[in-house]
Design a binder for this molecule. Structure first.
Ligand SMILES: [Zn+2]
Length: 200
């Protein structure tokens, strides 16, 4: 009987402690919308598919500010003619962002890349003051986001840029597998990245 009393008392206490979420908790104002990482990476993947269809390395990129895509880019310059290491997807999107002349705060921009940005692109994102870089497939050969910035000069060392890896990784990886499996594509053929990708 004594035990039953204690059980009931404990149950009554649990019930009185229960406070339901106020309805307002489910109605966030527009300014604090939760970023839909999967959706925006899907848009970057569309850019990468476009590059692959042209015979270019399948890297795509979109830049997002307040839940809106403000710039997009895809890799060009990886076919045999006109090959270069400047026309990376992130650089193309950055150029587009600059051309907008928009009064937007770069720290509020999130960049979605289907492959981890290289050192050049990661540095350019830092210099531009971009707030967050999200990528799908890691670049095992030339990725720049994992480097130890603690020994670098203040501009790089103190950048508050956030990095989020592996959003929709497998879909991006599938595009790179297609690229490297096609003998017509010679860019980075036989490289560490090609071996890593085909061995994944
Ligand atoms: Zn790059």
């Amino acid at each position: 009987m004594h035990l039953e009393f204690r059980r009931r008392k404990a149950e009554a206490k649990r019930k009185s402690d229960f406070v339901p979420f106020p309805p307002s908790a489910f109605h966030l104002p527009n300014s604090v919308k939760v970023m839909d990482y999967d959706f925006f990476m899907g848009e970057a993947l569309k850019e990468a598919q476009g590059a692959l269809a042209r015979g270019d390395f399948p890297v795509g990129c979109v830049m997002v500010h307040r839940e809106r895509i403000v710039a997009r880019g895809s890799r060009t310059g990886t076919r045999d003619s006109g090959r270069n290491e400047l026309d990376h997807a992130e650089m193309a999107a950055l150029r587009q962002l600059v051309s907008l002349n928009a009064e937007l705060e770069p720290a509020g921009v999130t960049v979605f890349c289907t492959m981890e940005p290289c050192l050049m692109c990661f540095s350019a994102l830092i210099l531009a003051g971009i707030g967050e870089a999200v990528f799908a497939y890691e670049d095992a050969m030339g990725g720049g986001t994992g480097c130890d910035r603690s020994q670098m000069k203040p501009l790089y060392r103190d950048s508050p840029i956030r990095v989020r890896p592996h959003v929709r990784r497998s879909e991006s990886l599938a595009l790179f597998r297609k690229f490297f499996a096609d003998p017509a594509n010679r860019y980075w053929r036989g490289s560490l990245l090609a071996q890593y990708t085909l061995g994944c």
